[in-house]
Ligand binder design. Structure first.
Ligand code: ZN
Ligand code: ZN
Length: 494
């Protein structure tokens, strides 16, 4: 791991320059105060190096569990037991979700949160090798690196707690175990349950192929399952007696394809057919389409969504079938926080990037050959990218949290440069040493940022001011109906 020097540069005042005595004393005091803080940070980073292997093992276990959204029982249990034995108090089944929890230590203000995720993705099972080799054929895998996400955030929470205890730092530290980030909206139900209401600032991070504080936004998303119910019949002997649920689905899908031409730029619409009938010689009496729509602005997406609902109604009308719509998820575009991005950027530079061993370099070279168009250059994993404005291509339920309070975010190079998330290549990285090195960079940066927030109230105030400025008076309102329960079975098709 590359380490940048910590603290002010060693350059001393020029011996030829003479200052009044009181200024020299003041200067000495300021320098020693800065060194004291830098030493604090430096000592904690060294301590973290000695504990990194343990949390690496933790991430590997969750990688092997590879549990999908709302089914992350073993992964959540593992993190809970880690936090419990470190002295945190666990609140279980937050929002009635079996795999959502919080772990709290300390009391009073400020209240600083750290978010951790641990859900895997369907179909991305992969060994930690640089060629396609599923561990379980068709099984889930950690293509988004959430095994690293949960483990690094736990690592950061435990380290910060030990530091607070030792240095008698006032305040409350809370870990958020947030399930089903991949389309299940775990965080929005935790917000609704009031789990974030006393929090001043939340720290978050996400696996990536580069290191950088996040000033980019993500895409707002709405998703639903569209179910068509028809009438079965012999497809050859009595087709006139049947009403095809698959026809309804296909008319809807075609309508959406026509709609695609007449939506604002940057719109994304994608879907899968999760049930299209059982046999060609039976008119399908049931079909299901699972659809996502995204846009950088939730307000714009509202209008697009209205038209998608009309496409679904058109399918049911034309095929004479019945339509049932199950709303699944809504997530806001993330609201960047300028003050927190600057703080994270500063601390990320103190931690430094990721350096590969010869063995890791060979793994990376081989993996990149499977994606020859990878644009990010090798070696960029060692660098820190400056925080830049822009729109990312993904969506996250952390977006909802970012519209309710200031959220700090960063990415670290857990994946080989040029390797995108949600691929078997990223799942391979998340299970081996490259992923673990990136997660340690994340954990360290979260710790240093947490130290700043706990010891400098001005930083918390600046984060709040950035939050208010960015949201421009817009109130957060989830599009998920108020009475909707968490879709605990969203990973199962009917
Ligand atoms: Zn993902
Ligand atoms: Zn993710």
């Amino acid at each position: 791991m590359r380490r940048e020097p910590i603290g002010p540069s060693a350059a001393a005042a020029s011996p030829g320059v003479r200052y009044p005595l009181d200024m020299r004393i003041l200067g000495l005091f300021l320098v020693s105060a800065a060194f004291l803080c830098a030493d604090d940070k430096s000592a904690l980073l060294q301590k973290m190096d000695s504990q990194a292997a343990h949390y690496g093992d933790l991430s590997r276990k969750i990688w092997e569990f590879a549990e999908v959204g709302y089914q992350e029982n073993r992964s959540a249990d593992l993190l809970k037991s880690e936090l419990r034995s470190a002295g945190f108090t666990i609140a279980d089944r937050v929002a009635g979700i079996p795999t959502a929890f919080t772990a709290t230590w300390g009391s009073g203000k400020p209240v600083i949160g750290i978010m951790g995720e641990y859900d895997a993705l369907p179909g991305l099972s992969q060994e930690d090798v640089p060629e396609r080799k599923p561990r379980v054929e068709g099984g889930p895998g950690h293509g988004c690196g959430h095994n690293l996400l949960g483990a690094a955030s736990t690592f950061a929470a435990v380290t910060l707690k030990q530091w607070m205890q030792e240095k008698k730092i006032a305040g409350t530290l809370r870990f958020y175990g947030t399930p089903a980030e991949e389309g299940g909206g775990g965080k929005l139900y935790m917000i609704r349950a009031g789990a974030f209401k006393d929090v001043d600032t939340v720290l978050s991070w996400h696996p990536s192929d580069n290191n950088g504080a996040d000033l980019k936004s993500s895409l707002a998303i709405l998703s639903a399952k569209f179910r068509f119910y028809g009438k079965p019949a012999h497809a050859a002997m009595a087709p006139d007696a049947g009403r095809s649920a698959l026809d309804g689905l296909m008319i809807m899908a075609n309508s959406v394809e026509f709609l695609r031409e007449h939506v604002p730029d940057s719109t994304r619409i994608h879907y899968v057919v999760t049930n299209g009938g059982s046999a060609p010689n039976i008119v399908p009496d049931y079909s299901e389409l699972f659809l996502y729509a995204r846009h950088p602005s939730m307000q714009v997406l509202d209008g697009i969504w209205e038209r998608i609902l009309k496409c679904a109604q058109a399918g049911a009308l034309a095929s004479d079938t019945r339509l049932e719509t199950q709303f699944i998820d809504s997530a806001y575009n993330t609201l960047p926080n300028d003050a927190l991005a600057a703080l994270v950027d500063k601390n990320l530079h103190l931690v430094g990037g990721v350096t590969y061993t010869a063995e890791e370099q060979a793994f990376a070279d081989k993996l990149r050959k499977t994606l020859p168009d990878a644009t990010r250059p090798m070696g960029s994993q060692e660098k820190i990218q400056p925080p830049t404005e822009g729109k990312g291509g993904a969506s996250t339920d952390a977006g909802d949290v970012s519209w309710t309070l200031p959220v700090a975010a960063l990415g670290t190079a857990t994946f080989v440069p040029g390797i995108p998330a949600h691929s078997w290549q990223s799942a391979a990285c998340a299970g081996m040493s490259i992923g673990r090195k990136g997660m340690v960079v994340a954990a360290k940066t979260l710790v240093l940022t947490g130290m700043d927030l706990f010891t400098d109230p001005k930083q918390v105030e600046a984060a709040k001011a950035s939050f208010e400025k960015r949201r421009e008076g817009h109130e957060y309102r989830s599009r998920v109906p108020a009475d909707q329960k968490p879709p605990l079975d969203y990973r199962n098709s009917k």
